[in-house]
Design a protein around this ligand. Structure first.
Ligand SMILES: [Zn+2]
Length: 163
């Protein structure tokens, strides 16, 4: 259920990413020295999860920070997937590791659980019915087609449950 909600939220974020560039950052500071900034950005159909390591004290916003601006189209990588690490500014000794992945990949992943949850039991019942097994417990009903000797389920009950 949680997966379904997250899946729908991902679709909403996906749509939003074509006009809004959303950035969520979390700064983890170890005063007074190095600090780490975690990034989660959503832009033009691509989500980026990144980590920036600053080895010198700097301008950190300390804690959770959300920023949104107009979307742009800078996207590189194959189908929106990319992995990168670079030292963008040697003077501040900033190291950034980033992973890009498209919204649809996350949405697909999150859709797997609800699909199994929804279709799994139906598929199992249908398979058991086809094999002549009790739809509720899986006991072999070929010898006793009217009533399951294992769980007591009646064949008529089983029929109605199929529909
Ligand atoms: Zn049974």
């Amino acid at each position: 259920m949680l997966s379904l909600i997250l899946c729908l939220a991902t679709f909403a974020l996906w749509a939003r990413s074509y006009w809004q560039y959303d950035v969520l950052t979390y700064d983890y500071v170890h005063p007074p020295g190095p600090w780490t900034r975690w990034f989660l950005t959503s832009n033009s159909g691509v989500l980026t999860f990144a980590r920036g390591d600053y080895t010198v004290p700097g301008d950190s916003s300390r804690g959770l920070y959300f920023h949104s601006s107009s979307a742009y189209r800078p996207i590189t990588g194959t189908l929106g997937f990319a992995w990168d690490n670079h030292n963008s500014d040697p003077t501040v000794n900033f190291m950034r590791y980033s992973l890009d992945f498209p919204h649809w990949s996350l949405a697909t992943l999150l859709a797997i659980a609800p699909i199994f949850w929804f279709f799994g039991p139906r598929l199992r019942r249908a398979t058991r019915h086809r094999l002549g097994l009790c739809p509720s417990c899986g006991y072999d009903l070929r010898a006793t087609p009217d009533r399951c000797p294992e769980c007591g389920r009646l064949a008529t009950e089983a029929q109605s449950a199929e529909i």
